[in-house]
Design a protein. Structure first.
Length: 165
């Protein structure tokens, strides 16, 4: 085991800086020396963003999950496998709100384009007179059309009924 004093750490980082971050890949240019918080040993040079990510993962794993250091790699592999498995094709209520919120921030033209892409006609889209109605139509699409609750012809009731949508 060798010790690198603080005044030599920058030079060590520069001489060991990779062409790209080994965790996050290309597109990062601010690097730091990463170390294991359990034993203090340097693991390598990674982007500052990757270092923050690893730090958060480790802190949560060790504190909230009461994990053991020898298990963290298995847990990360399990997370990767879990995230790569197919979704259930059921829309979560929070997921619906998140998608609807993102849709509401789109420009009008982009909202109309998206609705058209989802199969709504120009007449159905134009029946929506404001952003609230377009968002309501999008939410209807998410809940009834895309996720299979109602595979019938599109209904623009959200736009035509009261104008309060």
């Amino acid at each position: 085991m060798k010790y690198i004093p603080a005044n030599k750490l920058q030079a060590w980082r520069i001489s060991n800086e990779p062409k790209q971050c080994p965790i996050l890949g290309e597109g990062y240019n601010k690097y730091c020396v990463d170390h294991d918080h359990k034993d203090g040993m340097i693991r390598g040079v990674i982007s500052s963003e990757a270092n923050t990510l690893i730090g958060k993962i480790e802190n949560i794993f060790y504190t909230m999950c009461r994990g053991k250091s020898e298990n963290i790699c298995d847990v990360l592999i399990n997370i990767g496998e879990y995230l790569n498995k197919p979704n259930t094709n059921y829309l979560h209520p929070v997921g619906c709100k998140q998608l609807t919120s993102r849709f509401s921030r789109l420009k009008k033209d982009d909202q109309e384009f998206a609705l058209h892409t989802f199969g709504y006609t120009k007449e159905e889209i134009n029946a929506c007179k404001n952003i609230k109605q377009r968002v309501k139509l999008y939410e209807l699409f998410l809940k009834k059309e895309f996720y299979g609750k109602n595979k019938t012809k599109h209904k623009t009731k959200a736009c035509l009924d009261t104008g309060k949508a």
